[in-house]
Design a protein around this ligand. Structure first.
Ligand SMILES: CC(C)(COP(=O)(O)OP(=O)(O)OC[C@H]1O[C@@H](n2cnc3c(N)ncnc32)[C@H](O)[C@@H]1OP(=O)(O)O)[C@@H](O)C(=O)NCCC(=O)NCCS
Length: 204
């Protein structure tokens, strides 16, 4: 069966987590890197599936979700919902780092990100209220599906009132950067140094 894009369903959650961890180390496999393989999806996927399921789409190969795009049309509202609804769940699974503690390991850094959703509210990103994450399993990359998922997401974000979107990409992720460049995403200059490069685009 030819893979197809459809809206996310609750039963896709495990598959989305699987895609996320297998592509979650700047597009490489993050399995085995941290105490639990749920760490990366708990930061970059779970809250979106819980809070913004109507902005989530999957690539279905007839058996399971093998790719996804998730995000929000309103980052400010999402951050509030993340704090109210997602962080309490995360406190049951992880130890929240003290704000004074300097992260030592990459896992420490990831936990700091998990517990500080407000770090998404960078002033230079305010003109781009939506944001997103997109990931496909390696066998489904470079076959045009990323482009289809992106079109679905941007149309949904526009329907939900967002005129523009941003995303964050590791500078080392050259494949993803080429993908975004081909879709006319432009770089947003950073207000302060960060490990990510930020890109933005109008939704219509
Ligand atoms: C990045 C990603 C979402 C792109 O989706 P995709 O389905 O592979 O991309 P498409 O096939 O729709 O590509 C559309 C165009 O983007 C460009 N492109 C995509 N991937 C590229 C790559 N690795 N190198 C160079 N150009 C690329 C090409 O111009 C391509 O058109 P073409 O195939 O006709 O030349 C996908 O490869 C992926 O999930 N990668 C791993 C996870 C990841 O890095 N996610 C992004 C984190 S910020």
């Amino acid at each position: 069966m030819k893979p197809f894009v459809r809206p996310y369903l609750e039963e896709d959650q495990d598959a989305v987590y699987d895609v996320c961890v297998r592509t979650g180390a700047a597009s490489s496999d993050a399995r085995g890197l941290y105490r639990t393989d749920d760490l990366v999806p708990d930061i970059y996927a779970g809250a979106y599936l819980l809070i913004e399921p109507e902005l989530a789409f999957v690539l279905d190969n007839g058996e399971r979700a093998v790719g996804y795009i998730i995000g929000t049309a309103d980052t400010r509202r999402f951050v509030r919902a993340y704090r109210d609804r997602w962080i309490p769940r995360m406190r049951e699974r992880y130890v929240e780092p003290s704000p004074e503690a300097d992260p030592v390991t990459e896992e420490d850094r990831k936990l700091a990100v998990m517990f500080s959703p407000e770090s998404m509210l960078r002033p230079e990103l305010a003109p781009y209220p939506a944001h997103l994450h997109i990931n496909l399993l390696p066998d489904y990359q470079r076959r045009g599906f990323g482009r289809v998922l992106m079109t679905e997401f941007l149309a949904a974000a526009a329907r939900h009132g967002a005129a523009a979107a941003y995303l964050a990409v590791y500078p080392s992720n050259t494949g993803a950067r080429a993908f975004y460049a081909s879709l006319d995403w432009h770089e947003v200059p950073s207000s302060e140094p960060d490990r990510f490069t930020y890109l933005a685009k109008a939704t219509t």
